[in-house]
Design a protein around this ligand. Sequence first.
Ligand code: HEC
Length: 200
Amino acid sequence: MAEQTPRWASEDFWKKTAIWVTGGSFVILVILTFDSMAKIATGSARVPAFSIINKDISYSYDKGKHRYQPVIGGNAPLFGKTLNEQEAEQLVDLGKKTIQAKNCINCHTLLGNGAYYAPDLTKAWLDQAWGSMEGRENMMVQFLLDPEKNARTYGSNRKMPNLKITEQEAHGIVAFLKWMSSIDTNGFPHNFKATNSGEE
Ligand code: HEC
């Protein structure tokens, strides 16, 4: 009975294999985590710095990539005021905190998180439903301060409730929405219709 067990059938071989596969996967996971962190960092290639809210943002179809992507244009300061990086971050941060405090994702989706009762907000800043880019920020502020009176509903018959947002918070939200629209999200959300998004 002294038959030799083939190497691949031995317990020792599979123990070592398990250790190497687990160890290798762990290393890959760590590398991918750092890679993801770099890709989602503000001020990186896909996620512009907060001062992008001073610029014009549009959405155009990239034939090579077969998807839409944000295009950063010339100066177009939000609410007519050019902010430095720190001021821009403060305003966007106020918007983000308000969005979290008021639980907007109960109805809306932002960057893949949330619900689909109401329109996806990831690219809301570029939504053609607001008409031309001119005066868009003020229309958005008016809407946020009194969504019932300024309801647009898109034929869905759904209305946004009044969430008792202050004017300063509304400015922050609009800054956050503008900044978020500049993020290259690989063409997500897919069926979004942007202002001036020509099908070139
Ligand atoms: C109870 C559900 C609900 C909540 C909570 C809610 N919304 Fe809305 N929102 C809606 C509905 C419904 C619409 C579409 C109707 C309309 O535009 O009149 C809408 C529309 C919008 C639009 C216009 C969409 C576009 O494409 O430009 C914006 C911007 C918006 N909401 C922002 C917010 C923000 C910011 C919050 C949190 C502070 C919020 N909403 C919370 C229901 C909600």
